[in-house]
Design a protein around this ligand. Structure first.
Ligand SMILES: Nc1nc2c(c(=O)[nH]1)N[C@H]1C(S)=C(S)[C@@H](COP(=O)(O)O)O[C@H]1N2
Ligand SMILES: [Mo]
Length: 278
């Protein structure tokens, strides 16, 4: 394993070396789209799941060791799991940047997106296993915040400093299935995907699925982190929460031997949720 200033060097992470399943987009921070061929199955294999990092992958330790700050208490993830039980759910993650290449092409110089153009592969689907956050926060909310739930937010911070917040009301609604997960497709969460645990907030864009989760804090205003107020926002500064999931026929590849028109693009502006509670 390569380390740089105490940080894992994601440029040398295994996923960076999988040209058949990933198209590497940037080195540090590592970013890779899933190859269309690997999107043919309902659930995306862990090794082919797209990767989107904003910083080098932090050194986080395992689920038993890594402390999780919940409000003003330090919790042990495994204790939380034992106390509240394991929830399993299939949920798609899609980066807001998915298919920006086509958007940029369609909008030409009018395109206001700053991100580098991407193909169709900043989307993947997996089964996640972990603990329901509404259960974890229930006691604290009842003790400290009773009656004020509607105006509060939950701020999530990853070990790499990446921070965003979600309204408390959304988190506490059990049917929204906001989870802290340690399992991805029945295996321990891989490092590239936030090991030992990450947030899964079904129906919200990729940026809310905070990896290497370090702290969960109830706050009175939305997070003032740049990830909430500057990046992943609309022009007026409103955070982008939902984004249409898009479908794409992946059985034909856009190879030079095939007329480009054969590559039929299906844009299904369906609901953003394609998660199924098991
Ligand atoms: N801590 C942390 N969490 C993060 C990010 C990050 O850079 N740091 N990137 C976010 C973005 S923008 C996306 S699209 C998803 C990607 O998750 P994946 O790499 O597991 O596909 O993670 C989100 N969670
Ligand atoms: Mo993203």
């Amino acid at each position: 394993m390569d380390r740089q200033n105490g940080l894992y060097n994601p440029r040398r992470s295994k996923s960076a070396l999988r040209p058949l399943v990933h198209a590497a987009r940037t080195g540090v921070a590592f970013e890779a789209e899933t190859s269309p061929v690997m999107l043919r199955t309902f659930v995306t294999p862990n090794h082919a799941f797209y990767v989107r990092n904003h910083a080098p992958v932090p050194e986080a330790g395992n689920a038993a060791e890594m402390p999780l700050q919940v409000g003003d208490k330090t919790a042990n993830y495994l204790d939380l799991l034992e106390k509240h039980g394991k929830a399993t759910l299939i949920s798609t993650i899609q980066c807001t940047g998915n298919r920006l290449g086509e958007v940029a092409e369609a909008m030409g110089k009018d395109s206001y997106f700053e991100a580098a153009p991407s193909g169709i592969g900043l989307i993947s689907n997996a089964e996640w296993g972990g603990v329901r956050l509404a259960d974890v926060l229930k006691e604290e909310v009842e003790k400290k915040w009773k009656g004020r739930e509607d105006n509060l937010h939950v701020e999530f911070t990853g070990l790499d400093g990446f921070t965003k917040s979600i309204p408390l009301k959304h988190v506490m609604k059990r049917s929204n299935n906001v989870l802290i997960v340690h399992e991805m497709n029945g295996e321990p969460l891989p490092r590239d995907h936030g090991s030992p645990f990450r947030l899964i907030a079904p129906g919200l864009v990729g940026a809310y699925q905070i990896k290497w989760l370090q702290s969960v804090e109830i706050i009175e205003k939305q997070s003032d982190s740049p990830w909430q107020t500057k990046f992943y926002t609309f022009h007026d500064g409103t955070p982008i929460k939902k984004w249409p999931h898009t479908s794409f026929i992946t059985s034909h590849e856009n190879r030079p031997c095939m007329a480009p028109k054969v590559l039929v693009v299906l844009l299904l502006f369906e609901t953003t949720k394609i998660d199924v509670l098991l």
